[in-house]
Design a protein around this ligand. Structure first.
Ligand code: NAD
Ligand code: DAU
Length: 352
Protein backbone atom coordinates (compact mmCIF):
# COMPACT_ATOMS: atom_id res chain seq x y z
CA UNK A 1 0.00 0.00 0.00
CA UNK A 2 1.29 3.51 -0.83
CA UNK A 3 2.18 5.62 2.16
CA UNK A 4 -0.03 8.70 1.98
CA UNK A 5 0.14 11.96 3.82
CA UNK A 6 -3.46 13.13 4.21
CA UNK A 7 -4.60 16.48 5.56
CA UNK A 8 -8.10 16.33 7.06
CA UNK A 9 -9.48 19.76 8.01
CA UNK A 10 -12.12 20.20 10.72
CA UNK A 11 -11.34 16.85 12.33
CA UNK A 12 -12.21 18.07 15.83
CA UNK A 13 -15.77 18.89 14.72
CA UNK A 14 -18.79 16.61 14.44
CA UNK A 15 -18.41 14.86 11.08
CA UNK A 16 -14.64 15.42 10.84
CA UNK A 17 -14.00 13.52 14.10
CA UNK A 18 -15.80 10.46 12.71
CA UNK A 19 -13.83 10.71 9.44
CA UNK A 20 -10.49 11.06 11.26
CA UNK A 21 -11.28 8.05 13.47
CA UNK A 22 -12.24 5.90 10.48
CA UNK A 23 -9.10 6.79 8.49
CA UNK A 24 -6.65 6.48 11.44
CA UNK A 25 -8.02 3.05 12.41
CA UNK A 26 -8.65 1.63 8.93
CA UNK A 27 -5.46 2.81 7.21
CA UNK A 28 -2.45 2.37 9.52
CA UNK A 29 -0.14 3.04 6.55
CA UNK A 30 -1.56 6.50 5.93
CA UNK A 31 -0.49 9.41 8.07
CA UNK A 32 -3.49 11.54 9.04
CA UNK A 33 -2.91 15.21 9.87
CA UNK A 34 -5.96 16.77 11.53
CA UNK A 35 -5.95 20.56 11.11
CA UNK A 36 -8.49 22.46 13.19
CA UNK A 37 -8.79 25.95 14.64
CA UNK A 38 -10.78 24.62 17.62
CA UNK A 39 -13.62 27.12 17.37
CA UNK A 40 -16.62 26.68 19.69
CA UNK A 41 -17.53 23.67 17.47
CA UNK A 42 -14.12 21.99 17.61
CA UNK A 43 -13.46 19.69 20.56
CA UNK A 44 -10.46 17.39 20.96
CA UNK A 45 -12.51 15.32 23.42
CA UNK A 46 -14.33 14.01 20.32
CA UNK A 47 -11.24 12.01 19.33
CA UNK A 48 -9.37 11.07 22.51
CA UNK A 49 -9.49 7.40 21.48
CA UNK A 50 -7.07 7.96 18.58
CA UNK A 51 -4.98 10.89 19.85
CA UNK A 52 -1.92 8.70 20.57
CA UNK A 53 -2.05 6.63 17.38
CA UNK A 54 1.33 6.53 15.62
CA UNK A 55 -0.23 7.55 12.28
CA UNK A 56 -1.98 10.66 13.68
CA UNK A 57 -0.91 14.27 14.21
CA UNK A 58 -3.06 17.18 15.39
CA UNK A 59 -2.30 20.68 14.06
CA UNK A 60 -4.01 23.75 15.54
CA UNK A 61 -4.30 26.33 12.75
CA UNK A 62 -6.72 28.76 11.15
CA UNK A 63 -7.53 28.28 7.44
CA UNK A 64 -7.87 32.03 7.06
CA UNK A 65 -4.15 32.48 7.82
CA UNK A 66 -2.67 31.83 4.35
CA UNK A 67 0.97 31.99 5.47
CA UNK A 68 0.63 29.31 8.10
CA UNK A 69 -1.37 27.10 5.71
CA UNK A 70 1.40 27.42 3.07
CA UNK A 71 4.06 26.64 5.70
CA UNK A 72 2.18 23.51 6.81
CA UNK A 73 1.96 22.20 3.23
CA UNK A 74 5.73 22.70 2.85
CA UNK A 75 6.49 21.12 6.21
CA UNK A 76 4.29 18.01 5.89
CA UNK A 77 4.16 17.54 2.07
CA UNK A 78 0.48 16.53 2.06
CA UNK A 79 -0.49 14.51 -1.04
CA UNK A 80 -4.24 14.68 -0.36
CA UNK A 81 -6.74 16.89 1.39
CA UNK A 82 -10.16 16.01 2.79
CA UNK A 83 -11.66 19.41 3.52
CA UNK A 84 -14.42 19.49 6.13
CA UNK A 85 -13.57 22.56 8.24
CA UNK A 86 -16.30 25.17 8.00
CA UNK A 87 -18.65 27.39 9.88
CA UNK A 88 -21.65 25.06 9.68
CA UNK A 89 -24.70 26.45 11.50
CA UNK A 90 -27.34 28.25 9.40
CA UNK A 91 -28.67 30.35 12.32
CA UNK A 92 -25.18 31.68 13.11
CA UNK A 93 -24.72 32.57 9.42
CA UNK A 94 -27.83 34.75 9.62
CA UNK A 95 -26.28 36.62 12.57
CA UNK A 96 -22.72 36.85 11.25
CA UNK A 97 -22.37 36.15 7.51
CA UNK A 98 -18.85 37.52 7.17
CA UNK A 99 -17.39 34.84 9.43
CA UNK A 100 -18.81 32.28 6.99
CA UNK A 101 -17.23 34.07 4.02
CA UNK A 102 -13.86 34.09 5.79
CA UNK A 103 -13.67 30.43 6.80
CA UNK A 104 -15.78 28.78 4.11
CA UNK A 105 -14.69 30.83 1.09
CA UNK A 106 -11.34 32.48 1.90
CA UNK A 107 -10.22 29.46 3.96
CA UNK A 108 -11.02 27.08 1.08
CA UNK A 109 -9.17 29.27 -1.46
CA UNK A 110 -6.16 29.43 0.89
CA UNK A 111 -6.08 25.63 0.99
CA UNK A 112 -6.44 25.39 -2.80
CA UNK A 113 -3.58 27.86 -3.30
CA UNK A 114 -1.31 25.92 -0.95
CA UNK A 115 -2.10 22.64 -2.76
CA UNK A 116 -1.58 24.28 -6.18
CA UNK A 117 1.84 25.58 -5.14
CA UNK A 118 3.05 22.31 -3.59
CA UNK A 119 1.65 20.04 -6.32
CA UNK A 120 2.58 22.16 -9.39
CA UNK A 121 4.45 20.16 -12.02
CA UNK A 122 3.34 16.81 -10.61
CA UNK A 123 -0.32 16.20 -9.89
CA UNK A 124 0.08 12.36 -9.96
CA UNK A 125 -1.43 10.73 -6.88
CA UNK A 126 -2.71 14.04 -5.57
CA UNK A 127 -6.34 14.64 -4.53
CA UNK A 128 -8.30 17.56 -3.11
CA UNK A 129 -11.61 16.26 -1.72
CA UNK A 130 -14.13 18.95 -0.80
CA UNK A 131 -16.97 17.99 1.56
CA UNK A 132 -20.08 20.04 0.87
CA UNK A 133 -23.79 20.12 1.61
CA UNK A 134 -27.14 19.57 -0.11
CA UNK A 135 -28.11 23.13 0.93
CA UNK A 136 -26.26 24.52 -2.12
CA UNK A 137 -29.15 23.28 -4.29
CA UNK A 138 -31.68 25.47 -2.48
CA UNK A 139 -35.12 24.45 -1.31
CA UNK A 140 -37.51 21.89 -2.87
CA UNK A 141 -41.14 23.00 -3.04
CA UNK A 142 -42.78 20.76 -5.63
CA UNK A 143 -41.49 17.26 -4.96
CA UNK A 144 -38.44 15.77 -6.64
CA UNK A 145 -34.89 15.24 -5.40
CA UNK A 146 -31.52 16.97 -5.60
CA UNK A 147 -29.35 15.38 -8.30
CA UNK A 148 -25.66 16.08 -8.92
CA UNK A 149 -26.62 18.34 -11.84
CA UNK A 150 -29.38 20.26 -10.04
CA UNK A 151 -28.58 23.97 -10.53
CA UNK A 152 -27.16 25.77 -7.51
CA UNK A 153 -29.64 28.05 -5.73
CA UNK A 154 -28.33 28.73 -2.20
CA UNK A 155 -30.76 30.58 0.07
CA UNK A 156 -28.88 31.29 3.33
CA UNK A 157 -25.54 32.99 3.98
CA UNK A 158 -24.23 29.55 5.06
CA UNK A 159 -25.30 27.79 1.87
CA UNK A 160 -24.12 30.73 -0.27
CA UNK A 161 -20.66 30.42 1.31
CA UNK A 162 -20.59 26.64 0.74
CA UNK A 163 -21.80 27.09 -2.87
CA UNK A 164 -19.04 29.62 -3.43
CA UNK A 165 -16.42 27.23 -2.07
CA UNK A 166 -17.74 24.45 -4.37
CA UNK A 167 -17.39 26.83 -7.35
CA UNK A 168 -13.78 27.60 -6.40
CA UNK A 169 -12.98 23.86 -6.18
CA UNK A 170 -14.31 23.28 -9.72
CA UNK A 171 -12.62 26.46 -11.02
CA UNK A 172 -9.22 25.30 -9.70
CA UNK A 173 -9.77 21.90 -11.32
CA UNK A 174 -10.61 23.52 -14.65
CA UNK A 175 -7.93 26.23 -14.55
CA UNK A 176 -4.97 24.64 -12.73
CA UNK A 177 -5.82 20.94 -13.24
CA UNK A 178 -5.91 20.22 -9.50
CA UNK A 179 -7.43 16.71 -9.12
CA UNK A 180 -10.62 17.29 -7.15
CA UNK A 181 -13.68 15.37 -6.06
CA UNK A 182 -16.75 16.72 -4.24
CA UNK A 183 -19.64 15.32 -2.25
CA UNK A 184 -22.85 17.00 -1.11
CA UNK A 185 -24.55 15.36 1.85
CA UNK A 186 -27.90 15.73 3.58
CA UNK A 187 -28.44 16.39 7.34
CA UNK A 188 -26.22 14.27 9.59
CA UNK A 189 -27.06 13.10 13.11
CA UNK A 190 -25.24 11.03 15.71
CA UNK A 191 -22.68 11.28 18.53
CA UNK A 192 -20.56 14.41 19.07
CA UNK A 193 -22.80 16.93 17.29
CA UNK A 194 -22.70 20.37 18.90
CA UNK A 195 -26.05 21.13 20.64
CA UNK A 196 -26.90 24.09 18.43
CA UNK A 197 -28.25 21.65 15.83
CA UNK A 198 -31.80 20.31 16.13
CA UNK A 199 -31.29 16.75 17.42
CA UNK A 200 -28.66 17.21 20.19
CA UNK A 201 -30.26 20.52 21.23
CA UNK A 202 -33.64 18.85 21.69
CA UNK A 203 -32.17 15.82 23.49
CA UNK A 204 -30.40 18.16 25.92
CA UNK A 205 -33.48 20.32 26.47
CA UNK A 206 -35.73 17.32 27.09
CA UNK A 207 -33.26 15.99 29.64
CA UNK A 208 -33.32 19.37 31.39
CA UNK A 209 -37.09 19.87 31.02
CA UNK A 210 -36.57 23.00 28.92
CA UNK A 211 -38.88 24.18 26.09
CA UNK A 212 -38.30 22.66 22.64
CA UNK A 213 -38.23 25.63 20.21
CA UNK A 214 -39.84 24.44 16.96
CA UNK A 215 -39.36 26.97 14.16
CA UNK A 216 -42.55 28.00 12.32
CA UNK A 217 -45.05 25.16 12.13
CA UNK A 218 -42.48 22.37 12.19
CA UNK A 219 -43.43 21.46 8.62
CA UNK A 220 -39.97 21.77 7.07
CA UNK A 221 -38.52 18.51 5.76
CA UNK A 222 -34.96 17.27 6.21
CA UNK A 223 -33.31 14.06 4.96
CA UNK A 224 -31.33 12.46 7.83
CA UNK A 225 -28.20 10.28 7.62
CA UNK A 226 -26.25 8.70 10.50
CA UNK A 227 -22.84 10.37 10.71
CA UNK A 228 -20.84 7.12 10.57
CA UNK A 229 -22.53 6.31 7.26
CA UNK A 230 -21.43 9.72 5.95
CA UNK A 231 -17.86 8.94 7.06
CA UNK A 232 -18.05 5.59 5.22
CA UNK A 233 -19.26 7.39 2.10
CA UNK A 234 -16.34 9.85 2.37
CA UNK A 235 -13.96 6.86 2.52
CA UNK A 236 -15.54 5.46 -0.68
CA UNK A 237 -15.49 8.79 -2.54
CA UNK A 238 -11.86 9.42 -1.49
CA UNK A 239 -10.68 6.01 -2.72
CA UNK A 240 -13.03 5.26 -5.63
CA UNK A 241 -14.53 8.57 -6.75
CA UNK A 242 -13.73 9.76 -10.28
CA UNK A 243 -11.63 12.94 -10.56
CA UNK A 244 -13.75 16.03 -11.26
CA UNK A 245 -16.96 14.29 -10.19
CA UNK A 246 -19.58 15.14 -7.57
CA UNK A 247 -21.42 12.55 -5.47
CA UNK A 248 -24.64 13.27 -3.58
CA UNK A 249 -24.89 11.43 -0.24
CA UNK A 250 -28.15 10.72 1.59
CA UNK A 251 -30.23 7.95 3.09
CA UNK A 252 -33.63 8.46 1.37
CA UNK A 253 -34.90 9.28 4.86
CA UNK A 254 -37.15 12.35 4.90
CA UNK A 255 -38.92 13.61 7.99
CA UNK A 256 -40.92 16.73 8.77
CA UNK A 257 -39.34 18.41 11.77
CA UNK A 258 -42.40 17.88 13.94
CA UNK A 259 -42.59 14.15 13.21
CA UNK A 260 -38.88 13.77 13.91
CA UNK A 261 -39.23 15.74 17.15
CA UNK A 262 -42.04 13.42 18.27
CA UNK A 263 -39.76 10.40 17.68
CA UNK A 264 -37.06 12.05 19.80
CA UNK A 265 -39.61 12.84 22.52
CA UNK A 266 -40.95 9.29 22.72
CA UNK A 267 -37.43 7.78 22.62
CA UNK A 268 -36.42 10.07 25.49
CA UNK A 269 -39.58 9.22 27.49
CA UNK A 270 -38.74 5.53 27.13
CA UNK A 271 -35.03 5.92 28.03
CA UNK A 272 -35.67 8.26 30.96
CA UNK A 273 -38.58 6.22 32.31
CA UNK A 274 -41.01 9.11 31.84
CA UNK A 275 -44.70 8.69 31.04
CA UNK A 276 -45.43 8.47 27.30
CA UNK A 277 -46.26 11.98 26.02
CA UNK A 278 -44.39 13.76 28.84
CA UNK A 279 -41.59 15.24 26.68
CA UNK A 280 -44.00 16.34 23.90
CA UNK A 281 -45.48 18.79 26.40
CA UNK A 282 -42.21 20.77 26.09
CA UNK A 283 -42.84 21.53 22.38
CA UNK A 284 -43.08 25.31 21.86
CA UNK A 285 -43.69 26.88 18.45
CA UNK A 286 -41.45 29.93 17.97
CA UNK A 287 -40.71 32.51 15.26
CA UNK A 288 -39.46 30.86 12.10
CA UNK A 289 -35.85 30.99 10.87
CA UNK A 290 -35.46 33.80 8.32
CA UNK A 291 -35.54 32.40 4.78
CA UNK A 292 -36.13 28.87 6.13
CA UNK A 293 -35.65 26.29 3.34
CA UNK A 294 -38.78 24.14 3.09
CA UNK A 295 -37.42 20.76 2.02
CA UNK A 296 -34.14 19.01 1.22
CA UNK A 297 -34.07 15.53 -0.33
CA UNK A 298 -31.06 13.80 -1.86
CA UNK A 299 -31.08 11.32 -4.71
CA UNK A 300 -28.13 9.12 -3.71
CA UNK A 301 -28.37 6.69 -6.63
CA UNK A 302 -25.07 7.75 -8.23
CA UNK A 303 -22.88 6.92 -5.20
CA UNK A 304 -24.86 3.73 -4.59
CA UNK A 305 -24.50 2.50 -8.17
CA UNK A 306 -21.01 3.79 -9.04
CA UNK A 307 -19.22 3.29 -5.72
CA UNK A 308 -21.33 0.59 -4.07
CA UNK A 309 -22.04 2.68 -0.96
CA UNK A 310 -25.24 2.31 1.02
CA UNK A 311 -26.35 3.38 4.51
CA UNK A 312 -25.75 0.71 7.16
CA UNK A 313 -28.38 1.80 9.70
CA UNK A 314 -32.15 2.10 9.74
CA UNK A 315 -33.27 5.46 11.15
CA UNK A 316 -34.96 4.03 14.29
CA UNK A 317 -31.72 2.23 15.20
CA UNK A 318 -29.68 5.36 14.50
CA UNK A 319 -31.87 7.55 16.71
CA UNK A 320 -31.76 4.96 19.48
CA UNK A 321 -27.94 4.83 19.37
CA UNK A 322 -27.76 8.62 19.23
CA UNK A 323 -29.99 9.18 22.26
CA UNK A 324 -28.02 6.53 24.18
CA UNK A 325 -24.75 8.27 23.32
CA UNK A 326 -25.89 11.67 24.61
CA UNK A 327 -27.39 10.16 27.77
CA UNK A 328 -24.19 8.18 28.44
CA UNK A 329 -21.93 11.16 27.75
CA UNK A 330 -23.45 13.79 29.99
CA UNK A 331 -19.99 15.13 30.89
CA UNK A 332 -19.31 15.86 27.19
CA UNK A 333 -22.63 17.74 27.01
CA UNK A 334 -21.98 19.63 30.26
CA UNK A 335 -18.57 20.76 29.01
CA UNK A 336 -19.76 21.99 25.62
CA UNK A 337 -22.75 23.78 27.16
CA UNK A 338 -20.66 25.60 29.78
CA UNK A 339 -18.98 28.94 29.01
CA UNK A 340 -20.33 30.86 26.00
CA UNK A 341 -23.19 28.45 25.25
CA UNK A 342 -25.67 30.13 27.63
CA UNK A 343 -25.01 33.47 25.94
CA UNK A 344 -25.47 31.89 22.49
CA UNK A 345 -28.73 30.29 23.61
CA UNK A 346 -30.10 33.54 25.00
CA UNK A 347 -29.20 35.51 21.87
CA UNK A 348 -30.72 32.89 19.60
CA UNK A 349 -33.87 31.97 21.50
CA UNK A 350 -34.82 34.54 24.17
CA UNK A 351 -36.66 36.85 21.74
CA UNK A 352 -38.14 34.22 19.41
P1 NAD B 1 -18.83 21.42 12.82
O1 NAD B 1 -19.27 22.83 12.95
O2 NAD B 1 -19.24 20.42 13.83
O3 NAD B 1 -17.22 21.36 12.75
C1 NAD B 1 -16.47 22.27 12.01
C2 NAD B 1 -15.02 22.16 12.43
O4 NAD B 1 -14.25 23.11 11.63
C3 NAD B 1 -14.77 22.51 13.90
O5 NAD B 1 -13.93 21.54 14.50
C4 NAD B 1 -14.09 23.88 13.84
O6 NAD B 1 -13.19 24.10 14.91
C5 NAD B 1 -13.37 23.80 12.49
N1 NAD B 1 -13.12 25.14 11.93
C6 NAD B 1 -14.02 26.15 11.80
N2 NAD B 1 -13.43 27.25 11.28
C7 NAD B 1 -12.13 26.91 11.05
C8 NAD B 1 -11.01 27.61 10.53
N3 NAD B 1 -11.11 28.90 10.14
N4 NAD B 1 -9.83 26.96 10.43
C9 NAD B 1 -9.71 25.67 10.83
N5 NAD B 1 -10.72 24.96 11.36
C10 NAD B 1 -11.93 25.58 11.47
O7 NAD B 1 -19.26 20.99 11.35
P2 NAD B 1 -19.85 19.59 10.80
O8 NAD B 1 -21.30 19.56 11.04
O9 NAD B 1 -18.98 18.50 11.29
O10 NAD B 1 -19.62 19.79 9.24
C11 NAD B 1 -18.38 19.44 8.63
C12 NAD B 1 -18.46 19.73 7.14
O11 NAD B 1 -19.51 18.95 6.56
C13 NAD B 1 -18.77 21.19 6.82
O12 NAD B 1 -18.01 21.55 5.68
C14 NAD B 1 -20.26 21.19 6.50
O13 NAD B 1 -20.57 22.21 5.59
C15 NAD B 1 -20.42 19.81 5.88
N6 NAD B 1 -21.75 19.19 6.02
C16 NAD B 1 -22.35 19.12 7.26
C17 NAD B 1 -23.58 18.46 7.37
C18 NAD B 1 -24.27 18.32 8.71
O14 NAD B 1 -25.42 17.87 8.76
N7 NAD B 1 -23.64 18.65 9.82
C19 NAD B 1 -24.19 17.91 6.24
C20 NAD B 1 -23.56 18.04 5.00
C21 NAD B 1 -22.33 18.66 4.90
O1 DAU C 1 -28.58 19.65 4.91
C1 DAU C 1 -27.27 19.67 5.38
C2 DAU C 1 -27.12 20.75 6.43
O2 DAU C 1 -27.84 20.29 7.59
C3 DAU C 1 -25.67 21.05 6.79
O3 DAU C 1 -25.03 21.58 5.66
C4 DAU C 1 -25.59 22.05 7.94
O4 DAU C 1 -24.24 22.24 8.32
C5 DAU C 1 -26.37 21.49 9.12
O5 DAU C 1 -26.38 22.43 10.18
C6 DAU C 1 -27.81 21.14 8.71
O6 DAU C 1 -28.58 22.35 8.44
P1 DAU C 1 -30.08 22.55 8.98
O7 DAU C 1 -30.36 23.99 9.05
O8 DAU C 1 -31.03 21.69 8.24
O9 DAU C 1 -29.91 21.89 10.46
P2 DAU C 1 -30.47 22.36 11.91
O10 DAU C 1 -30.15 21.24 12.86
O11 DAU C 1 -30.02 23.72 12.27
O12 DAU C 1 -32.04 22.42 11.68
C7 DAU C 1 -32.78 21.28 11.25
C8 DAU C 1 -34.23 21.72 11.08
O13 DAU C 1 -34.77 21.98 12.38
C9 DAU C 1 -34.39 22.99 10.29
O14 DAU C 1 -35.56 22.92 9.50
C10 DAU C 1 -34.56 24.08 11.36
C11 DAU C 1 -35.24 23.33 12.49
N1 DAU C 1 -34.91 23.81 13.87
C12 DAU C 1 -33.59 23.90 14.20
C13 DAU C 1 -33.22 24.34 15.45
C14 DAU C 1 -31.76 24.48 15.82
C15 DAU C 1 -35.91 24.10 14.78
O15 DAU C 1 -37.12 23.96 14.48
N2 DAU C 1 -35.55 24.53 16.02
C16 DAU C 1 -34.24 24.69 16.40
O16 DAU C 1 -33.99 25.10 17.56
Amino acid sequence: MTKRSILITGGAGFIGSHVVRLFVNKYPDYHIYNLDKLTYAGNLKNITDIENAPNYTFIKADLVDANSINDLFNQYQFDSVIHLAAESHVDRSITNPLEFVMTNVVGTVNLLNAAKELWKGNMDGKLFYHVSTDEVYGSLHDGGFFLENTPYDPQSPYSASKASSDHFIRAYHNTYKIPVVLSNCSNNYGPNQFPEKLIPLFINNIRNNKPLPVYGKGENVRDWLYVVDHARAIDDVFHKGAIGETYNIGGFNEWTNIDLIKVICSTMDRKLGRAEGESEKLITYVTDRAGHDLRYAIDANKIMKDLGWEPSLQFEEGIDKTVDWYLNNQQWMDEVTSGDYAKYYDNMYAKR
